[in-house]
Design a protein around this ligand. Sequence first.
Ligand SMILES: [Zn+2]
Length: 362
Amino acid sequence: MARTDLRIGDCVASPGDLSFGTFEGVALPTGGNDRLAVVIAQGKRDGPTLWLTANIHGNELAGINALHRLLTLDLCAAMAGTIVAIPSLNPAGLRTNRRHPYWDDRDPNRTFPGRKRGDEEPREPSVYERLAARLLESLRGSADYYVDLHCASIQSVGFSIRDRVLYKDEAERPKMEALSTTLDAMVGAFGFPAVVEFPSKTYIARELHKSTTGAALQELRIPAFTVELGMHSAVDRPLVGACVVGLRNMMRWAGMLAGDPEPIPALPRPPDARVRRREDGPYPPAAGILDYRVEAGAYMKEGGVVATLRDMWGRSVGDGEISVGPDTWIIGIEDGVLAYPGSAIAHVGVIENASLVERWPD
Ligand SMILES: [Zn+2]
């Protein structure tokens, strides 16, 4: 499909060129608008439209660098189709290095597809929800594929998160199986180790279907996934480089670039290709001070010790160790040293046997 008339906000695509513009953001009480920078990169040949966004969590920075590095005139000369890039979905959080924008203290990545005034739910849509509604309308009208770039804890590896495809009507299932297959291929072409999202009931309870890529997948049925690029609040530069290579390889898979995939820099990976899902844990049995004994990227057998647990005086709490279940890939350890019951001390990948296409949980 010809995309030469594509316009996002006031940014208008131009074949063979980079275009720069803005998407209207949140109106500021002090005047002006917290508008979003938009870059459109377009090839001279028709092809798919790939949306790339970053920094919806304001302290997650590496994706901004990755998009800036990816989007060049050389890329426009070589590519078919179009990239729509929004390097920061949360400029307020970027300026303050906070996950949430200061004008709406809820997680912006749980506000999609957003709501407009007059929707059925009897409450006012929040500030970010109104922006999310407009963003998703733009995405609906133009995207064939979508990737959103994030960062995780300070000591964490690079990985992709692949949502399950959920459906409500059994008649949808064949199409959803096909969407799931396309999504697997897209995540595979990107080349980072991937984990499946939480089990469906947890996914819904945590409103992950209301994330950027969750809403794109579950509402718009656009193949979409989330990438985690290591630490927040600073930039893991090797992961930025790997991300740029991954995005170009994904463009090759999508027919937007010619040639064989580029080798991706070495990344910590699980020891085999079995499907894994992400999980928070392990959880400490009591409050105390953690002394971590693993690095992000480690692979652990059942009983492997993630951290020891002591009280503030240095005395062991409980049996003094917090350990994992079988076949546990340590994706990241939590920031800091504080343990609270109910607060996971790490983020892990565990073996997943459930289907990746499921009926919407009751
Ligand atoms: Zn994030």
